[in-house]
Design a protein around this ligand. Structure first.
Ligand SMILES: Nc1ncnc2c1ncn2[C@@H]1O[C@H](COP(=O)(O)OP(=O)(O)O)[C@@H](O)[C@H]1O
Ligand SMILES: [Mg+2]
Length: 245
């Protein structure tokens, strides 16, 4: 179920367009972004503004931008939320449940959960019964996905593949499938993973300095580069390791 249908950026409200986050090329060219699909991927080079956009959406949804759900307050702030001050969310049907997962601050989130559990050990129950920090990074992720996710929710995930082996990425695809198939969940995911972005029927945006463009899986640079590399690694190495004279 696509709960969040579209976002709009109201550029009239910006005084200084030379300031972060308003000066990021892809974002400065963005007026509306259609998100009307159960699974939406945002792909693109490092530094193009994917995390800034997701943080602003998550903040505007009321999720803690350090990662987590509405009830978690990790006390982290970021200038990226300035973008949310000019952002309007258009809902098909508003949800307040959901989760914002940042690969970068997953550790902070796990630590926060440990702190809460010192007083209320039952805190772990929603996450599979034990500390997320006392498992491997990947196991902690999957425990979170398996136990904590469910119901009418919006999930905003920033590079969830960071800790996951290819096999665990398949596990995540299955979890996404189970959650979105009965139209309960919407996912907005920034990823570099050619495995995750292959999810059937997903809406994919490629983000670059010209803005956000709808694209097909096979047309993403991530797919093309990975495929070309795996098909013929020697060719890449000849080029990469070429001795300049
Ligand atoms: N707090 C900040 N202050 C100033 N510039 C920032 C800040 N955070 C990120 N940036 C810049 O904004 C750009 C986009 O960052 P980000 O949204 O993290 O990119 P991505 O997630 O696509 O890799 C980068 O060029 C980065 O240097
Ligand atoms: Mg990022």
């Amino acid at each position: 179920m696509a709960y969040l249908k579209q976002i709009t950026l109201n550029w009239d409200k910006v005084n200084d367009k030379d300031q972060y986050p308003f000066n990021i090329p892809a974002l400065s060219r963005l007026d509306t972004l259609d998100l009307n699909q159960n699974v939406v991927f945002i792909v693109g080079e490092n530094g193009t503004g994917k995390s800034t956009l997701l943080e602003a959406i998550a903040y505007q949804c009321g999720f803690d931008i350090g990662g987590g759900s509405r009830n978690n307050d990790l006390g982290l702030t970021d200038k990226s939320v300035l973008l949310s001050s000019i952002m309007t969310l258009s809902w098909m049907s508003k949800v307040t449940k959901g989760f914002f997962l940042r690969a970068e601050t997953f550790f902070n989130f796990a630590q926060y959960l440990d702190e809460m559990a010192k007083e209320h050990p039952a805190q772990y129950e929603a996450y599979g019964g034990k500390s997320l920090n006392e498992q491997s990074h990947g196991e902690g992720f999957i425990a979170l996905f398996t136990h904590r996710f469910g119901g009418k929710s919006l999930y905003i995930l920033d590079e969830p593949e960071a800790a996951l082996s290819p096999l665990r990425q398949f596990a995540l695809l299955k979890i996404i499938h189970d959650l979105e198939q009965d139209n309960q969940a919407q996912f907005i995911i920034a990823t570099h993973s050619p495995i995750l972005m292959a999810y059937p029927g997903a809406l994919i945006y490629q983000c670059d300095e010209d803005g956000f463009h709808k694209t097909n899986y096979e047309e993403t640079e991530h797919y093309r580069l990975t495929k070309a590399f795996l098909d013929n690694p020697e060719r890449f190495f000849r080029e990469l390791f070429k001795v300049e004279d």
